[in-house]
Ligand binder design. Structure first.
Ligand code: DAT
Length: 178
């Protein structure tokens, strides 16, 4: 799948507020290879890769074909972190590792309240975290060896998760560049 890449494509996913961007930023700094952090939600806005904006839910309805076309050359080349709250859209051939971040739901609720999300959006995300929606999505979209579930509740988790992915990248490189 990834034989042509010299750097991996890493997906960091999870319910909004679990810590994807925080992890992606630190990983981009600490990785032993250059990794470009792509916040997919921001990319959708910047490049108009959406059909409409839903005021009620304060969210964009993504134009999936446009998004896939935009990401194809970048993700298939490797050396990227794709940071998004869903992952099933990304074809298996792009992806070397999927990190699913998890967080205690009451802590997640507090994080989402600070974003001034509408209450129904906080409730929906909180429920999705309890029901393990993103984890199930990752497990049904990729082979088990590619998916790792990590907790993201405090800075110790952040640091140990990033160290773990750094070690994974070193092993991946040793396998793919020899
Ligand atoms: P996401 O990108 O998943 O929406 P984020 O990275 O913006 O989430 O994090 C949301 C907030 O929670 C932000 O204020 C940072 C904090 N946070 C997330 N994970 C954390 C962790 N493991 N340790 C400390 N703070 C964390």
């Amino acid at each position: 799948m990834s034989s042509k890449r010299t750097s991996p494509t890493i997906v960091i996913t999870g319910t909004p507020g679990v810590g994807k961007s925080t992890h992606a930023q630190l990983l981009a700094q600490e990785a032993p290879v250059p990794l470009k952090h792509i916040n997919v939600g921001d990319l959708v806005k910047e490049k108009n890769l959406y059909e409409r904006y839903d005021e009620d839910w304060q969210s964009y309805e993504v134009d999936e074909d446009k998004l896939l076309d935009e990401l194809e050359p970048i993700a298939s080349a490797g050396g990227v972190i794709l940071d998004w709250h869903t992952c099933e859209l990304f074809p298996e051939r792009w992806v070397d590792l999927v990190v699913v971040l998890r967080c205690d739901h009451s802590k997640l609720w507090e994080r989402l309240e600070t974003r001034n999300y509408p209450l129904k959006k906080i409730q929906e995300n909180n429920e999705a975290e309890i029901m393990e929606v993103v984890l199930e999505e990752a497990r049904s979209s990729y082979v088990p060896e590619v998916v790792v579930e990590l907790r993201s509740e405090g800075t110790e988790d952040l640091e140990s998760n990033v160290s773990r992915v750094v070690e994974w990248i070193k092993a991946w490189q040793a396998d793919h560049t020899s």
